[in-house]
Design a protein around this ligand. Structure first.
Ligand code: ADP
Ligand code: GN1
Ligand code: MG
Length: 368
């Protein structure tokens, strides 16, 4: 069945308002297939929804995944209402199927879900101005605060070992060993870059093991295009992409935002001379994140924020490189060598952070 027919069939199973007049793919995100569905209501106004085909190669248990999402969004909805906010724009809302389920499974085993569409807001792949990035930091910090009393014991681990950097390193080593696509010879420099930093991969895992930093409920995928920024007020209004909300460390949430948003170039930039970690953006984010978390971070967590940025960037590079060696099956790719280009930008950022280490530490101190 072609994708258009699959979409039509899926939509038919949801309780949407009005009559569907258009569906179009949104070419964003590396994991799920995302579509915007437009419906016309009786009064001729337009109501939009987000339809997603969930990537079940990655999220193996859709029931657990959607149970997490429903639990988290219901929890957030209550708090937003208590605070007088607008739950239609400040959190995702899962639209149920006609038979009351959290998602629809088709005969060919594809899983589809529908969310409210957050109107008049935009996600960015690159920071357009420093203030937007600051606002995203406040919102991600605040998201962390909002979830601080969420019962972690009811959360399923949707991807085991998701930010276990040691496990990511081991998977890279296995991919090198197998070399199924005969690509190792092309990436000797990148492999050496990682192996030179093997010890770094243990730092955050060790801090967690020794309980020197706490396990919290974290988002785990805090890149700038997972936050919606209001087109008029320019405030970051809604954190999206909740598939990886799991117990984790705040260092990764801080770090992942820096990795993506404080970079001076796109994640897949081929010209590495354009890729740097901007200290202006690092400072704006640090200020916003510490404000957003309302001083709930421990001294150790604050001290380790620069390390969080470096390690998650290294880890992300390791993941892109591993996927390249394994034939590009995890992240969506749109050109030859796409994952390799992405891995290279991450390693360039790591190198740049190493050069700017003292500056990063000083900035964190300034706002601690
Ligand atoms: P992926 O897991 O593939 O990254 P996301 O859930 O992040 O998928 O969605 C991909 C993109 O779709 C987002 O970056 C955002 O631009 C858009 N999007 C997702 N959910 C919504 C929503 N509820 N309202 C408006 N746009 C959305
Ligand atoms: C993926 O889903 P998306 O595009 O927001 C990935 C993240 C990576 C990121 C790299 C579930 O995020 O972990 O950091 O790509 N998500 C998953 O851009 O693996
Ligand atoms: Mg996303």
């Amino acid at each position: 069945m072609d994708i258009k027919s699959q979409i039509d069939l899926a939509i038919n199973n949801f309780d949407l308002q009005g009559k569907v007049i258009n569906t179009k793919p949104l070419e964003k995100g590396h994991i799920n297939d995302t579509f915007c569905v437009e419906c016309v209501l009786d009064d001729n106004s337009i109501k939009r929804y987000i339809l997603q085909r969930i990537n079940t190669n990655i999220f193996k248990n859709t029931d657990d995944l959607m149970e997490n999402v429903v639990n988290i969004t219901s929890y957030l909805r209550k708090i937003i209402l208590e605070n007088g906010g607008d739950p239609e724009r400040e959190t995702l809302n899962v639209i149920k199927t006609k038979d009351g389920k959290n998602y629809y499974k088709s005969d060919n085993n594809h899983c589809w879900r529908v969310y409210n569409f957050i109107e008049d807001a935009t996600t960015y792949d690159l920071v357009e101005n420093v203030q937007d990035f600051y606002e995203s930091a406040v919102a991600f910090g605040n998201f962390q605060m909002l979830l601080s009393n969420f019962p972690a014991n009811i959360l399923h681990e949707t991807i085991p070992n998701f930010h276990n950097t040691v496990d990511r390193l081991n998977k890279l080593k296995q991919a090198i060993e197998k070399d199924s696509f005969n690509r190792v010879k092309e990436v000797k420099n990148e492999i050496d870059f990682v192996l030179d930093r093997e010890k770094d991969c243990y730092i955050i895992c060790d801090l967690l093991d020794k309980k020197e930093i706490p396990l919290r409920v974290t988002h785990n995928d805090t890149k700038l295009n997972n936050i919606m920024i209001d087109n008029k007020t320019k405030k970051a209004i809604c954190v999206i992409d909740l598939d990886t909300v799991m117990p984790g460390t705040v260092l990764n949430d801080f770090g992942d935002s820096i990795r993506f948003g404080a970079s001076t170039a796109l994640e897949d930039e081929k010209d590495l001379s354009k890729v740097e970690c901007s200290m202006e953006l690092f400072e704006a984010f640090t200020k916003g994140f510490i404000e957003g978390t309302k001083d709930s971070l421990t001294d150790k967590e604050k001290e380790m924020l620069p390390m969080g940025a470096k390690i998650i960037t290294l880890e992300c590079g390791i993941r892109f490189l591993t996927d390249y060696l394994q034939g590009d099956t995890y992240f969506k790719t749109h050109r030859e060598g796409h994952n390799l280009d992405r891995a290279r930008t991450q390693f360039k950022l790591v190198l740049d952070m190493e050069k700017k280490w003292q500056q990063m530490a000083d900035i964190v101190k300034k706002y601690s």
